[in-house]
Ligand binder design. Structure first.
Ligand code: PMP
Length: 322
């Protein structure tokens, strides 16, 4: 679908996957005016297609667009277009255990113009890719590198938006995490380098003294849809969940004092990913003996069960494509 300032969003169409031709001066190439989303379609055992909270993805897309001065889309209309696309061929959605169809909606600025100003033309596209299980054997704890040099997103910047710049800002830190033998980066706040923000592609939760704590949305954290769902689910189970600032020192002290029961990340790709180790200032700290905690396991099983249509969906999160 295309956008021009004269015609608004227009010409939705489904075409075979193919390379895209853009003018070399298209603004996306130079100034990163782009936003994207990530969600998954699941095929149920009785052959229905389920999406997990797609309305939340399109709402977030519009929030990201607003931050990047990109015109908003009609969320309901786009969900209808996505449904048409998915109905073309059910077999795009793999059926074997742990698999799904990853959906990537995105918008790019296409106007050929070398000045720094919002583009007057855009393209909205949706591409699809079957994905396997994030972990070969269910869930497994990952190691996290705590970054205190580079910043992913500053207050007042684009951190709350799902936009390319936040991810390119992360490459150098991800290199450091890999060099330290850790899977992902844990970001700290940009001003004091003290408070935990989020992991590369996940939000984070810590269970300390029975209370489940997740960093409050500071303005530079992405509001994860899995994060929001986990908070709602935990509250529906009567668990104590607190959204507040939490420092890396508080977390490490809780580990030392044996009060941190488990930690985990949440995101569309990994669903729930237990954190088994923290690497901070050259020191490694094991969390929960690098084992998957019972809460992480229960959340993983509940969420994947709902997404696959295998268990009841008490909070009405799934959307059936018909
Ligand atoms: N933070 C970042 C930076 C991400 O890229 C993602 C993945 N979209 C998340 C958090 C988790 O968000 P969600 O649960 O919506 O996938």
């Amino acid at each position: 679908m295309d956008y021009s300032s004269e015609n608004g969003w227009h010409s939705p169409r489904i075409i075979p996957y193919q390379p895209l031709t853009l003018d070399p001066a298209a603004m996306i190439y130079h100034y990163g005016q782009t936003v994207f989303e990530g969600l998954k379609a699941y095929r149920t055992d009785d052959d229905r297609i389920l999406l997990f909270r797609p309305d939340e993805n399109f709402k977030r897309l519009n929030r990201s667009s607003d931050r990047l001065s990109i015109p908003d889309i009609d969320e309901k209309m786009v969900l209808e277009y996505l449904s048409e696309l998915l109905k073309l061929d059910k077999d795009w959605i793999p059926t074997y255990e742990g698999t799904s169809l990853y959906i990537r909606p995105f918008i790019i600025a296409t106007e050929p113009n070398l000045s720094v100003a919002p583009s007057t033309t855009y393209k909205f596209m949706i591409i699809l890719s079957p994905v396997g299980s994030y972990y070969k054997e269910g869930i497994a704890p990952v190691g996290i590198y705590v970054e205190d040099e580079y910043t992913r997103a500053a207050l007042g910047g684009t951190g709350m938006a799902k936009t390319a710049g936040n991810y390119s800002a992360a490459y150098k830190a991800q290199d450091k995490a890999t060099a330290h033998g850790q899977a992902q980066v844990l970001w700290l706040d940009s001003s004091e380098k003290k408070y935990v923000e989020e992991v590369g592609s996940m939000n984070v939760f810590f269970k300390i003294d029975g209370e489940i704590i997740t960093p409050s949305l500071s303005g530079s954290i992405l509001e994860g849809i899995t994060r929001k769902s986990i908070i709602e689910l935990l509250k529906s189970w009567g668990e104590q969940v607190t959204e507040r600032r939490i420092s890396i020192d508080e977390i490490l002290n809780a580990v030392r004092e044996g009060r941190l029961e488990e930690a985990f990340g949440t995101g569309t790709a990994a669903v729930i990913s237990p954190i088994g180790e923290l690497s901070w200032k050259g020191e490694k700290t094991l969390i929960n003996q690098r084992e998957t905690g019972s809460l992480s396991r229960k959340l993983y099983e509940t969420l994947t069960g709902i997404q696959k249509g295998r268990i009841e969906d008490p909070l009405h999160w799934t959307y059936e494509v018909k």
